[in-house]
Design a protein around this ligand. Sequence first.
Ligand code: NAD
Length: 354
Amino acid sequence: MTYEINQDIQEIIRRIGRDNINFKDKTILVTGGAGFLGSWMCDVLVTQGANCICVDNLSSGRYENISHLKGKSNFKFINHDIATPIYFGESSNPNALSVPEIEKIDIVMHLASRASPFEFKIYPIQILKSNTLGTWIALGIAKIHNALFFFTSTSEVYGNPPPEKIPTPETYYGNVNPIGPRGCYDEAKRAGEAYVKAYELQHEIKTKIVRIFNTSGPRIRHGFEYGRVVPNFINQALNDEDITVFGDGSQTRSFTYVVDEIEGFLKIVGKENTLGEVINLGNDKQFTILELAEIIIELTGSNSKITFKPLPKDDPLRRSPDLTKAKRLLNWEPTTSLRQGLTKTIAWFKSNGK
Ligand SMILES: NC(=O)c1ccc[n+]([C@@H]2O[C@H](COP(=O)([O-])OP(=O)(O)OC[C@H]3O[C@@H](n4cnc5c(N)ncnc54)[C@H](O)[C@@H]3O)[C@@H](O)[C@H]2O)c1
């Protein structure tokens, strides 16, 4: 199978089109737009005729994800760290990057953050800053422009929920270790959500928050060092290397294909009834990590063997979203099966380097 990303972009546009969601002529800032999810967002927005401004410091993102958009009149890339000031329009702050030619922003989508467990060890300060200072700066842009603000939070705000909180509803407050190895990410996202709510309360900014559950697909960053389970297993399988499962592999995860997730993001952003809401988006069908490894071995036709390593500290044992709210407000649910999503992702890996 060869993989054509444009078909998936068109599929997202078709799906949101059923709800008349169209961002044509809106000016939209996407922080983290050169990353996995951000670049899909930029692709849909540019295709729909929005003016898309991508701010990214290329820390975990790749310029190749957006290089095909270069030269389009409705796309602009700015290489910048969102944890440091940036102004759209005239700025009197000499320490801020000023982008005077963009005078009005309608929507700010804040996605910028390193997000893989491997990076938690190496860049914990940058991760904290992207989600706290970066969220604060992005909210400031929304405030100045009276723009809608969309924040990409994470299922990790729930930490390690007790069995009775699986699937996890948005009303669950979380069980998070602030000083553990995942604290920099989990607590930064929790603080990011608190910033969003503070701006909504104090400055009457229109806000929406999505809590994303494990999502993968073409363009997800790969390489074993990156530390996300789906790209790691695919890489190992394509190279006939041992597939390393942490623990005994009985821990579960739910896996969402990028098309379903981006459709959900754009429905949250585009619909009126989601104002001020925080919404889980993911797949509620759980698979054990061992099942995932076996399916990937089968789909790649790999000779890899499965090996086991100790479970990392504070790794959540079960993860599954309660999607009641997403179904009610968005009329959304994931429709791509794990096998369908993996088949496309594997095809993309094969043609874009293992
Ligand atoms: N993919 C998932 O399963 C998942 C799950 C939960 C939450 N999220 C969230 O979704 C967002 C996007 O994640 P992704 O999977 O696309 O990851 P990614 O690493 O591919 O994308 C993140 C992007 O943000 C950029 N970035 C990081 N720090 C920045 C900074 N300070 N200034 C400017 N740019 C910066 C990176 O260069 C990269 O392009 C992140 O906020 C992440 O926490 C993703």
